[in-house]
Write a protein that binds this ligand. Structure first.
Ligand code: LLP
Length: 433
């Protein structure tokens, strides 16, 4: 069951609530609209898949760092994967259990590592200098740090190069031929660090579970090699990365159950606790960006689509999404549809749906077939729960919109305030006139 559905009356619903009514309640647009029950359902899919395994679901906070969302996931029993001191602070604020949290990253600062050591989270070792800084942080805080080695299994995740991380040339993880060096170093710091597991993360938007299995096989070989040297490992972390169906094509994509089943026997054979780090597959489909059509513009050139101009862009605009052309998007943007039934007689045509930002890369969808919308018509961009708000820029001073969710009983609740120009002007308080 999915939260956003077209009702028999032709209106788009979020759970039992018409999106149009949410627009009226919000009194403004754009905004992000979540289904809280969908968050619970997505988590339940992982919980059910993990039956029979000792496991930690470490939610990747980078995907969406809305505080009420974090609290819900924490209440469900999630741990968290954190990649900055601020993400770590926010996770602690949201009440996550530090012993279910992993601090990860290729450029962790000494300051952030001290905070990690102090709070008792697991820390991934990513490089020689990182190991050195973790040891220093342990000494500075007097805490022994539980660490996992982030290993590159060198498995091709078959995704856009910008979201591939599990290959040898990636900037993340240790160089595998130096594994023995890392093990020897770790042995020389018995008071500062304790090696408790291994980690890998292959990439994001992965749609074939065999890839996870191939990586798990290699990781289990590493586990054997490391155990043979007397280390008492407890955790096998296979990262996140499960993709979702952005195109709504009815393509059968793997579920959390498919993912876990493909590694289940292997994990059981190691007697380790499995850690997985989903971001996108937990949160992306729980949310739409609700927008309005500012106007429709004819582009007048032969073979060029007319334009539907929106108030706001999915990520504010994040032009690093792009290399050169739309082929190179991480994932060609999401499913877009009108909130309300079209005006009778509205002609169905092909449009480019574009944002207002001063860059031609700012489009939400190309060649989309839509009934010609009226000015002010509501239009949603689906699957906007992951890596949208958390990556949004405020370019052109298009400030970040508010967020709402629909609760189990159908109430519409604001879960983040909109940014205001005053918030921005405060950055200059007390500075030269
Ligand atoms: N674990 C680690 C170590 C990661 O680097 C990531 C995501 C995850 C877990 C969660 O992956 P997920 O399940 O969400 O695929 N900016 C991109 C996404 C970057 C993902 C980075 N790492 C985007 O806009 O889609």
């Amino acid at each position: 069951k999915h939260c956003f559905r077209r009702g028999a009356d032709g209106y788009l619903y979020c759970e039992g609530v018409r999106v149009e009514d949410a627009m009226a309640a919000a009194e403004r647009s754009p905004f992000y609209l979540y289904s809280k029950p969908q968050i619970l359902r997505n988590f339940a899919a992982y919980r059910d898949a993990l039956q029979g395994l000792r496991s930690i679901v470490g939610y990747a906070v980078k995907a969406n760092n809305n505080l009420p969302v974090l609290r819900v996931l924490r209440e469900l029993g999630c741990g968290a994967v954190l990649v900055s001191g601020n993400e770590l602070r926010l996770a602690l604020q949201a009440g996550f259990d530090p012993t279910r949290c992993i601090f990860n990253g290729n450029g962790k600062t000494f300051e952030d590592l001290k905070l990690a050591a102090e709070s008792g989270v697991f820390v991934n070792v990513d490089s020689e200098f990182d190991l050195e800084n973790i040891v220093r942080a342990a000494r500075a805080t007097g805490k022994k740090v539980p660490v996992l080695l982030r290993i590159n299994p060198d498995v091709d995740p078959q995704v856009h190069p910008y979201v591939a991380t599990g290959n040898k040339t990636s900037k993340f993880g240790i160089r595998n031929e130096k594994l023995q060096w890392f093990l020897d170093s770790i042995k020389s710091y018995p008071d500062e660090i304790k090696l408790v597991g291994v980690h890998c993360h292959l990439g994001s938007t992965i749609t074939k579970v065999d890839i996870f299995r191939d990586a798990a096989v290699l990781m289990v070989n590493y586990v054997d090699e490391i155990r043979a040297q007397g280390f008492k490992l407890e955790y096998l972390n296979i990262g996140g990365g499960l993709g979702i169906d952005y195109h709504h094509t009815n393509a059968v994509l793997p579920t959390p159950m498919d993912l876990i089943n493909t590694v289940r026997e292997l994990v059981l054979s190691t007697d380790l606790t499995l850690i997985i780090e989903p971001g996108r597959s937990l949160i992306a489909n729980t949310c739409c960006l609700v927008n309005r059509v500012t106007g429709v513009k004819s582009n007048a050139w032969q073979n060029s689509s007319d334009l539907v101009c929106m108030e706001h862009t999915r990520k504010g605009l994040f032009s690093r999404d792009l290399i050169n052309d739309s082929e190179c998007y991480y994932y060609v943007l999401e499913h877009i549809e009108l909130v309300s039934p079209p005006t009778p007689g509205a002609e169905v045509a092909t449009f480019d749906v574009v944002g207002p930002v001063c860059e031609s890369a700012d489009f939400l969808g190309k060649d989309r077939e839509l009934p010609t919308p009226d000015e002010g018509a509501g239009l949603v961009v689906h699957d906007a729960g992951a890596y949208c708000m958390s990556m949004a820029s405020t370019y052109n001073l298009k400030l970040r919109p508010p967020e709402y969710w629909v609760e189990e009983d159908g109430s519409i609740v604001k879960i983040r305030h909109e940014e205001k120009l005053d918030d921005y002007i405060k950055f200059f308080d007390g500075l030269p006139a």
